[in-house]
Design a protein around this ligand. Structure first.
Ligand code: AMP
Length: 196
């Protein structure tokens, strides 16, 4: 596909996680900055989100965060704000703006919020509302149980075999940008399909 300009990254807000996941977040940020790809993310300065966004900013890249007002204190608080942070009123607005602003989506290890965000863009894609690439970054096998569950969903008939193609899986942060560059151009869905 044509070079992407912005990448939405979903990832965990927890700091109490294995250093391998933390290193992956920082490494992806460094690569994005070097490639001139804007980071679109949830705006938080904690956990992998903070490591990722700091690495992009420190590498001279652009950062665009979207934070709901009620989470500002918990996820940013007194920490320095890097790049642009857009304050919105609801979680739904946050997800819609992150999606609208980005050319593709990457998913690093994360918790319930990351899962929610990932399955929303995945199900929108399943319904044909968009065709943006979604890359699951399976660091140290973190997403293996999820990939087994997705396989189970397909094998039991709850989703068609074509669903497997909704998501690309890579095992290394280094593969994210090359995989995105190798994918076909997304179809563009009419924007009004997201308005109701
Ligand atoms: P987690 O993966 O649970 O560590 O959360 C990662 C990010 O997702 C955090 O910024 C959370 O605020 C956010 N998040 C949690 N739940 C939701 C949700 N339902 N919709 C949108 N973002 C969420």
């Amino acid at each position: 596909m044509a070079a992407i300009k912005s990448l939405c990254v979903f990832c965990g807000a927890s700091d109490a996680v294995d250093p391998a996941y933390r290193a992956a977040a920082a490494a992806l940020g460094t690569l994005m900055a070097a490639a001139g790809i804007e980071l679109v993310f949830g705006g938080g300065q904690i956990g992998l989100m903070g490591l990722l966004s700091r690495a992009v900013a420190q590498g001279g890249g652009k950062v665009f965060g979207v934070i709901p007002r009620h989470l500002h204190r918990a996820e940013i608080g007194a920490r320095p704000v890097l790049g642009t942070v857009q304050v919105v009123e609801t979680m739904h607005e946050r997800k819609a703006l992150m999606f609208a602003r980005s050319d593709a989506i990457a998913v690093l290890p994360g918790g319930f919020g990351t899962l929610d965000e990932t399955f929303e863009v995945l199900t929108w894609k399943q319904l044909g509302l968009h065709d943006k690439p979604i890359v699951l970054v399976d660091i140290a096998g973190y997403w293996a149980p999820l990939l087994r569950q997705i396989e189970h969903v397909v094998e039991t008939g709850f989703a068609p075999p074509s669903s497997r193609a909704l998501l690309r899986v890579v095992n290394r942060v280094d593969d994210v940008l090359p995989v995105l560059a190798s994918l076909p151009e997304p179809r563009v869905a009419p924007p009004d399909r997201f308005s109701s």
